[in-house]
Ligand binder design. Structure first.
Ligand code: AMP
Length: 308
């Protein structure tokens, strides 16, 4: 496995692979890798000849410098996880490599209007501009590839898909199922910052989504009804401060009025739990694109956790 800090080195390696007729899979991450990330690398491994993982905590997408400073960083372990999961190249740029003018932001940024505006975009101003900018840079460095993203960050996936389409970027975006703990909590690098009590309360997000699915299955015909059911399910948890719990059109991400007016409904939830902002989402049908942590990759990461 090659570990590279230089954008030029990464580009050359992937160009050489393509020149030799090999396909490239790219998995962008911010590190602190868990089974959700491993599932993306495993999917890329299964579908592409060469797998590149990027690990970069992107300062441009953090509004709050505290959140950025406290973001978990476990590079040594991450490299081990990448090797075990079958990555060929790990791109680990410095901030100076990605943004030479930093702390002055780059003059050129990417904004994906509309789909970035609501939900996470409204609660975290500038966040999706930071995401779109860094992902467009990673695509430019990696060259033509299949790029693997988790459905866990549903709005981010919509932003990236729209950017690729609008800018004709040579990347085929693949959305991958959400990996969850046995009790339903979606895996996230930020979960390690939860206290024991907050970790227990955090299952309220998955319970809210289940309540939303239940309301739909029981015949709810309006987004407001579904939203009420989701909010009620999370209301009993004093440690969970809900930001939004909504039913949206899965394509436009606009809040649903009449359920019968939209093709596919997506349930979105976000909450502050202690020091951590958590997000989760679900299709209208249980299990449509979620997976409980798969035993093979879970075993691998649990073993790593014992090693430290
Ligand atoms: P991050 O390192 O948090 O920026 O995430 C890197 C990629 O991993 C993104 O495409 C995320 O959507 C994806 N990801 C994060 N958590 C999960 C999860 N629990 N299941 C599946 N994919 C995930």
């Amino acid at each position: 496995m090659d570990i590279m800090e230089s954008a030029g080195g990464c580009r050359d390696a992937l160009d050489r692979a393509r020149a030799a007729g090999r396909t490239v899979g790219l998995v962008p991450t911010m590190g602190a890798l868990h089974d959700g990330h491993v599932s993306l690398i495993a999917r890329a491994r299964a579908e592409c000849d060469v797998v590149a993982v990027s690990i970069f905590v992107n300062p441009l997408q953090f509004g709050d410098p505290e959140d950025m400073a406290r973001y978990p960083r476990t590079l040594e372990r991450d490299l081990f996880v990448c090797a075990e999961a079958g990555a060929d190249v790990v791109f680990v740029p410095t901030v100076a490599e990605m943004y030479p003018s930093w702390p002055a932001p780059p003059a050129t940024t990417v904004s994906v209007r509309g789909v970035s505006d609501r939900w996470e975009g409204a609660s975290r101003p500038g966040h999706f501009d930071g995401v779109a900018t860094v992902v467009s840079k990673l695509f430019s460095i990696a060259g033509p590839c299949r790029a693997y993203f988790g459905l866990k960050d549903f709005q981010q996936l919509a932003v990236v898909r729209r950017m690729v389409s609008d800018l004709c970027l040579p990347a085929e975006v693949v959305g991958c199922p959400i990996v969850r703990e046995a009790d339903g909590l979606a895996l996230s690098s930020r979960n390690v910052r939860l206290s024991v009590a907050e970790r227990a309360a955090a299952t309220a997000l998955a319970r809210a989504l289940a309540a939303g699915r239940g309301a739909l299955a029981a015949g709810a015909r309006s987004g407001a009804e579904v939203s009420r059911a989701m909010r009620a399910a999370a209301a009993g948890e004093p440690l969970v401060c809900l930001d939004y719990a909504v039913a949206v059109d899965a394509v436009s991400l606009e809040e649903v009025g009449d359920i019968d007016d939209v093709g596919a409904v997506r349930l979105l939830v976000a909450a502050q739990v202690g020091p951590v902002r958590l997000i989760d989402n679900s299709a209208a049908l249980a299990g449509a694109d979620d997976t409980l942590a798969e035993p093979d990759v879970t075993g691998q990461v649990r073993q790593l956790e014992r090693i430290g």
